[in-house]
Design a protein around this ligand. Structure first.
Ligand code: MN
Length: 418
């Protein structure tokens, strides 16, 4: 599909992350006003609250854009998703006769503050990137036993915390936690010294389910995607995680990008999952191309310094699609809600330059890497800014998510000092 032209001129360049082909959904405010829903187009945002009040947009079932999240709209159902995208496309297309009415409802992105685009109902994180799982497994268990025996049969996951999901730009405070190194006799309580990122995609469930659903149904229940940084304390995790999985190591924060890119916008970028070593069981069987070709990268910038690209990979490196993860999630009968967020698991490619976490980049802290400033890193230092970037490259256009940014703030004093 080629670039679809908009009367918003800035949307018509090959590099603009928000062309008419994209139309991602976010929440914004201006001048300290109330946050409200908006749609990005070029360097502008269409104010959905005002557009609805003006009668330019109407969704079956009554007012949906009075609040500060997209949950109410998602809950209106798949027909509403299709209808709104069609309406927005017509409204913003080159030659639209609604231009005169719509143009005054645009807000410059320069003047807007972006907020959480959805209320996250629940958050689940998976471990479905093969290169990542192999690298981590090699470090912890040796190359022979790198992949756990279940890995090629099941998308491994854990239930995370919706309360800790934050929007891009939110500072992340270095946590304290219980730490015990391999040579320590006893654990101690201290600030994490091995704080890390995880480059992931987040899938947003837009339709509720109650009981086991198929991969096809799961695919159609996914409303859209965000970039997701699953911040991880690598020195808290190894002590706490056996036998129930990650807990406080993953509970400090998870950052998502500010714009939800809809599954509809990503449709031209669908691709297949890789060849299977073992046939998947019925509830996980591939049912068409449900993964996406999205270029992903990570930059790191020391305080006041320029950003260095430290990893470049692609979402198509996943072994399981989000649809397979969602289907698996429901296989026990687990109900899913509108606004559930599913992290893909860290996405790494086969090369060193394609590793989506610092523990892989520095091979467990043993191999420091160098930034453009000449400084070296193994894990995140205070004041470092980490940015995830995602781009799907179309025929003369790009689909972006808005950057997923977080700055590491220094640990506070011991919260339990006595
Ligand atoms: Mn993760």
């Amino acid at each position: 599909m080629p670039l679809m032209k908009s009367w918003v001129e800035t949307a018509n360049t090959v590099d603009c992350p928000f062309p008419l082909n994209n139309l991602p959904y976010g929440v914004f405010s201006t001048d300290g006003g109330a946050p409200r829903c908006g749609v990005a187009i070029g360097d502008q945002i269409l104010d959905m609250k005002v557009a609805e009040e003006a009668g330019l947009i109407s969704v079956a079932g009554g007012v949906v854009f009075g609040g500060a999240s997209w949950n109410t709209f998602m809950a209106r159902g798949k027909n509403a998703w299709v209808a709104l995208r069609a309406r927005l496309t017509a409204l913003l297309a080159e030659g639209s006769d609604a231009r005169a009415v719509a143009e005054p409802l645009l807000v410059s992105q320069r003047n807007a503050t972006l907020h959480m685009p959805l209320e996250v109902s629940e958050y689940t994180d998976f471990y479905a990137g093969r290169h990542h799982a192999t690298n981590i497994g090699t470090m912890f268990r040796g190359a022979e036993n790198a992949l756990p025996p279940n890995w090629l049969h099941i998308p491994i996951g854990y239930n995370g915390r919706a309360s800790s999901v934050v929007v891009s730009g939110t500072g992340v405070r270095r946590p304290w936690g219980q730490l015990k190194g391999p040579n320590d006799a006893l654990p101690r309580f201290g600030p994490s010294a091995r704080f890390d990122i995880e480059l992931e995609m987040g899938a947003i469930v837009g339709a509720a389910s109650n009981g086991p659903i198929s991969v096809e149904e799961a695919y159609s229940n996914i409303f859209g995607y965000v970039l997701l940084n699953d911040w991880s304390a690598r020195d808290i995790q190894p002590w706490e995680y056996q036998p129930l999985g990650p807990f406080q190591a993953k509970a400090t924060a998870t950052t998502i990008s500010p714009w939800i890119v809809t599954a509809a916008a990503l449709k031209p970028f669908r691709c297949d999952t890789p060849a299977r070593e073992f046939e998947l069981l019925n509830h996980l069987k591939d049912a068409g191309p449900m993964l996406y070709d999205i270029d992903l990268s990570v930059t790191m910038a020391p305080q006041g310094g320029e950003a260095t690209t430290i990893a470049e990979t692609n979402y198509n490196e996943m072994y399981y699609s989000a649809a397979q993860q969602l289907a698996h999630h429901t296989s026990s009968g687990c109900p899913m809600r509108v606004g559930d967020l599913l992290g893909s698991g860290t996405i790494s490619g086969p090369e060193k330059s394609q590793r989506g976490s610092l523990i892989e980049q520095s091979w467990g802290g043993k191999e420091p890497f160098t930034l453009q400033s000449g400084e070296t890193r193994t894990f995140i230092e205070d004041g470092d800014t980490l940015t995830l970037i995602g781009t799907a490259k179309g025929d003369g256009y790009s689909i972006g998510f808005g950057d997923c940014v977080g700055e590491m703030m220094p640990a506070l004093d011991d919260p339990y000092k006595r």
